[in-house]
Design a protein around this ligand. Structure first.
Ligand code: PHE
Length: 456
């Protein structure tokens, strides 16, 4: 496995890590969270979270991975043998698995929309809804998500595709796919953004997205923004520890973390600049469909107004499917790397061990949007609970433990050594990053949690 478990090139490292970061989190989850948490106020807190927590935590994960050269649990064990820090890696594996259960479902929706775009069905009239009505796509999505078989079958197809790519390994599977398709996704988002700006009332959407109402910044909004930052940057669950272990010894971690975080944030902001002007322009702002349907309603609306909707729609959903795939792969890789290292098994059996139970668990998650919507946990459906619990609790908790570890308990000099590649490169960020990890990240995470508990 040796030469198969390192990324091949500098650009491959960036592409695979961006591939992990950019996914449904940016395109599907970000606009839904923005809408649920007060628009521009959420965006502002989110950007602060990325800069203040996201980048240092990402550097921390890279450092642990590259120094430990193992999976999420193994790296902690190697760096601090006999100490319980590996529990952080264990929580990560648990978290990644819970994420997979609903991530596969949304990836399945994306595949369905790709299929419907190519076949043209997406743009055919919906029975019972007046043709040309703004509710056509909303109705279609609501009905689809609540169905039994179609969303479940597409979820299973996603699990199967993901499993197949994962069996091929790190370089051949993950790196190659990411290298080609990530830049293309960026390009199409820019084209859509320019198109949307020409729609009537687009400026109202931009104002909603960019002019913050500071009174809307509550502890809950902060938790959601923190959760979104971690989710979107793939942090707090060992993914980037695992990827960090595939990095070369001369990879510049700081440059990589900055590039990945900024690109990831740019994709989310571009998506917001497409969605919210679209929502205002089509008069969808008062509609009842939940945020999770947002992307699947506004994007088709926009395509419908463009020349050759089918072409744009197909292209967009191909790219979104790939973005979802590269992220799913990175989520599953956390457990696969652990199983194959720990039980000394090959990639294919390790992948099966991870993917097979998902067939059942992701089906449950899919059904919870329809027939099982009465099964609730703290008022959330199974789908919603896995999403909120992982992003808003487990990921910040994982990041908290990691920051405390790196700031106070890790072997002396580990972080500095990793950030300067053993003293071979200068790094003016090493000291501020260490300061953030030691003091700011853990303390602020605790404050945000305490504030939201006290406000309840
Ligand atoms: N960051 C990915 C996205 O935005 C999801 C993800 C979460 C990937 C956690 C890996 C780990 O879609």
């Amino acid at each position: 496995m040796a030469n198969n478990s390192e990324f091949n090139s500098k650009i491959g490292i960036i592409a695979a890590t961006v591939g992990s970061a950019v996914g449904l989190g940016n395109v599907w989850r970000f606009p839904a969270e923005t809408q649920a948490n007060g628009g521009a106020a959420f965006l502002l807190v989110y950007v602060i979270c990325v800069l203040l927590f996201g980048i240092p935590v990402m550097l921390g994960e890279f450092a642990i991975g590259r120094a430990g050269k193992s999976d999420a649990i193994g790296s902690y064990r190697k760096l601090s043998p006999g100490k319980p820090w590996w529990i952080s890696g264990f929580l990560g594996i648990l978290c990644s698995y819970l994420i997979l259960t609903f991530y596969m479902v949304v990836s399945g929706w994306t595949l369905e929309y790709l299929y419907q775009s190519i076949s043209g069905q997406l743009f055919s009239p919906v029975p019972g809804v007046a043709e040309g009505s703004n509710l056509q796509f909303a109705e279609r999505m609501e009905e689809y998500v609540a169905g039994v078989w179609p969303p479940m079958i597409w979820t299973w197809i996603t699990v199967a595709i993901c499993g197949a790519v994962l069996c091929m390994g790190v370089q051949k599977g993950i790196e190659r796919v990411s290298n080609i398709l990530m830049p293309l996704l960026f390009l199409i988002l820019i084209i859509l953004c320019v198109t949307v700006m020409t729609l009537p009332n687009a400026s109202a959407g931009l104002a909603y997205f960019f002019h913050p109402d500071f009174s809307k910044i509550t502890p809950d909004v902060c938790i959601s923004a923190l959760g979104q930052a971690f989710f979107s940057l793939s942090l707090g669950m060992g993914t980037l520890i695992t990827y960090g272990s595939y990095f070369h010894k001369d990879t510049n971690l700081t440059k990589t973390a900055f590039t990945v975080s900024i690109l990831d944030m740019m994709v989310a902001i571009l998506v917001g600049m497409i969605i919210f002007p679209g929502v205002m322009s089509f008069g969808l702002e008062g509609e009842s469909f939940g945020g999770s349907a947002l992307v699947f309603v506004t994007f088709p609306e926009i395509f419908n107004r463009m020349w050759c909707p089918q072409l744009w729609s197909s292209l967009f959903f191909i790219l979104l499917s790939v973005a979802a795939l590269t992220s799913s792969i990175s989520i599953a890789e956390v457990s696969i790397a652990y199983f194959s290292n720990h039980f000394k098994i090959k990639r294919v059996p390790a992948t099966s061990l991870v993917m097979v139970p998902l067939v059942f668990l992701s089906a449950l998650s899919s059904l919870s949007n329809g027939v099982l919507s009465d099964w609730t946990i703290f008022g959330y459906t199974i789908f919603g609970a896995c999403d909120a619990f992982t992003a808003n609790i487990l990921m910040p908790l994982g990041a908290f433990i990691m920051a405390v570890y790196l700031g106070w308990f890790a072997p002396k000099g580990l972080m500095k050594d990793q950030l300067t590649n053993g003293g071979t490169i200068r790094n003016m960020f090493a000291a501020p990053v260490m300061f953030l990890l030691k003091w700011i990240t853990p303390i602020l995470i605790v404050i945000i949690f305490a504030a939201s508990l006290l406000m309840k």
